[in-house]
Design a protein around this ligand. Structure first.
Ligand code: COA
Length: 369
């Protein structure tokens, strides 16, 4: 069928991020530079306002994020009343939707209100994820701290202990690398939803649903599941060979747009090497490298952003099923930037389908069927 998966279709105009010649840029700045020199808060500003913040602009954004990081007690109660064994992405999708119920501006479609809601969403998502980790383990949620960066606050709220500097820097870099990615499936879902002039919460809830799937954000969790199942470097070859023989997909490889490699993967690979050395669990990195070599040589497929992020998050002590919620913490910045851009110049997104069903079928009354 033509157009399967909308491959190669240009479905929107956007000035936020793009992929040209296997380079990813946010507002024209190469992510390699951002990963090395910037930080997540700067990137949020860049995505929303189209330029890097001056010092005072960055401080103002950080203050607004801190002022909006706490979550309504009703949403905490909702989480406490939720089954403990649900997938955190299902819980987070629900909790983000519930935030709208306690936002007086939920239906205000003015530009200023939408920007305020974007700030609230980006500020509250890490608090929700950390709160769920505590609640499902029978602990009280840890309140966010003012003056902390997103990465520092999230790691702090997760355990109630001060995170070390290396962990904060690593998570911050991962957040920078995941923040936006042109018309990926979840961002497209968000734009489709708000193009009906539905509200920003509905847009990000649609995005959450799309991100959850294993072909998109859910892949990082699947990668860790695979590494744990394999267990040791010597078992990699037979495990991967068996999967390839059965024509099963290896999670964390391949990409719709990048056919010569995902520019984000090299940063995560380096971080994986460094962090696994520090934790003394180098086997996760060594196994990952071995899988990488086999899949590249046998299938010509290269690792994507999700592959090495698995061992990075694991090294930070983050439970496997929180990997995709961390992706959401970061991508919330990109989703909201795209939603604001969609509102600026909106047209309903309503494509056509190539019809393959029967035609000219007569209606048969129920007694004659
Ligand atoms: N492992 C093994 N084979 C893979 C593969 C993988 N991870 N990804 C793609 N392939 C194969 C497909 O089976 C297909 O082979 P075929 O032509 O013999 O049928 C070919 O490569 C093209 O793949 P296709 O699934 O059509 O590409 P796509 O553009 O539709 O899908 C992804 C892109 C990302 C969904 C796909 O590569 C994938 O499923 N990867 C694993 C999930 C993942 O890591 N997702 C995160 C993306 S950031």
């Amino acid at each position: 069928m033509s157009g399967a998966g909308l491959e190669g279709v240009v479905a929107a105009q956007s000035g936020i991020s793009t992929i040209i010649d296997a380079e990813l840029t946010y507002r024209g700045i190469n992510i390699d530079e951002l990963a090395e020199h910037s930080n997540f808060e700067e990137v949020i500003y860049l995505l929303w306002y189209g330029k890097l913040p001056r010092r005072e602009e960055l401080e103002e954004l950080k203050e607004k994020l801190a002022a909006n990081a706490s979550i309504p007690s009703e949403v905490v109660t909702l989480m406490k009343n939720s089954p403990r064994n649900v997938h955190p992405m299902a819980l987070l999708r629900t909790a983000i939707s519930a935030l709208a119920l306690y936002d007086d501006e939920a239906q205000d479609m003015s530009e200023a209100a939408n920007l305020r809601k974007a700030i609230r969403l980006v500020a509250k998502t890490p608090t929700l994820v950390a709160a769920w980790e505590n609640i499902r383990n029978g602990r009280e949620p840890v309140a966010p701290r003012e003056g902390y960066t997103t990465a520092q606050n999230f790691l702090y709220m997760l355990t109630g202990k001060e995170p070390d500097k290396i962990a904060v820097e690593a998570l911050d870099k991962a957040l920078v690398l995941h923040a936006d990615h042109e018309l990926n499936a979840s961002t497209f879902a968000a734009r489709v939803t708000v193009a009906t002039l539905s509200d920003i919460y509905s847009g990000v809830v649609s995005a959450m649903g799309a991100l959850k799937g294993p072909l998109h954000g859910g892949a990082n969790e699947q990668v860790m599941a695979m590494l744990e199942e394999i267990g040791s470097v010597d078992k990699v070859e037979s495990y991967i060979q068996d999967k390839l023989n059965k024509k099963e997909k290896i999670m964390g490889f391949g990409h719709r747009v990048y056919k010569n490699g995902d520019p984000r993967a090299k940063h995560l690979r380096k971080m994986s090497e460094q962090l696994t050395k520090i934790t003394g669990e180098e086997k996760w990195y060594q196994m990952s490298v071995k899988i990488d070599e086999i899949v590249v040589s046998q299938k010509g497929l290269l690792p994507n952003v999700d592959f090495y992020s698995a061992s990075v998050y694991h090294s930070l002590g983050i439970p496997r099923d929180l990997f995709t919620p961390i992706f959401a913490i970061s991508r919330m910045s990109g989703w909201t930037a795209h939603i604001l851009e969609q509102y600026e110049n909106n047209r309903l997104i309503r494509p056509r389908a190539e019809y393959t069903g029967p035609q000219h079928v007569a209606y048969v009354p129920i007694e004659s069927r």
